[in-house]
Design a binder for this molecule. Sequence first.
Ligand SMILES: Nc1ncnc2c1ncn2[C@@H]1O[C@H](COP(=O)(O)OP(=O)(O)OP(=O)(O)O)[C@@H](O)[C@H]1O
Ligand SMILES: [Mg+2]
Length: 227
Amino acid sequence: MEFPAIKFENVWKIYRMGAVEVPALRGLNIEIKRGEHVAVMGPSGSGKSTFLHLAGALDKPTRGRVLIEGKDPSKLSDKELSMLRNRYIGFVFQTFNLIPRLTALENVMLPLVLRGIDGAERIKRAREALEQVGLGHRINHRPTEMSGGEQQRVAIARAIVTNPRIILADEPTGNLDSASAAEVVDLLTKLNRDLGITLVVVTHNPETASPAQRIVKIRDGVIYEEN
Ligand SMILES: Nc1ncnc2c1ncn2[C@@H]1O[C@H](COP(=O)(O)OP(=O)(O)OP(=O)(O)O)[C@@H](O)[C@H]1O
Ligand SMILES: [Mg+2]
């Protein structure tokens, strides 16, 4: 049976802070097909990152149902849940989230360490992932020894080294100058097109959103416009 990559059915997320309830998603519905490239736009505080966290099984809805590749994370054991995250999903963040004292190669190898893949295989696959993002010549550089665009490409290599089915990117060009931003957008778009990886990109930047097949707009925790 063919499942959509991501499906949200009337999803609510209410953060509780002591006595105060903060509703971040208020009955959000969306279906993202396998292989689709979707951009999510909306004002600050509208629920974009919350949406991405739920789509990546990093958090659970308060109400409603999230399905990732047909699986409901809330019905999985802890072990199955970490397998779902590790095998199916790659995350890319605005601030790159690389480990400063590790080289590019070591940063990219990390998800494979968590998966128990042996040393030689780890190095081979991490090197290939870095070559795929055009950084074969930077494998021994640490994050401080690379430009912002290069750091984000290392983060993308780390996201793809596990062969994920889905890449979730939260404002991936937010900290980049326009030339580096364009490179990162091209790279993500190419991974979607050539490898068929489902790509969901949250962004404020219309240029980052523009290559998407579909642009979804969120306001106050619901989708109000699609085109
Ligand atoms: N862990 C949390 N605890 C309590 N409230 C939260 C938490 N995370 C987010 N919120 C609140 O939920 C709402 C949605 O936040 P979210 O981070 O999803 O917005 P966003 O669209 O990603 O915004 P931005 O564009 O600024 O990144 C906001 O009102 C925010 O203050
Ligand atoms: Mg956000």
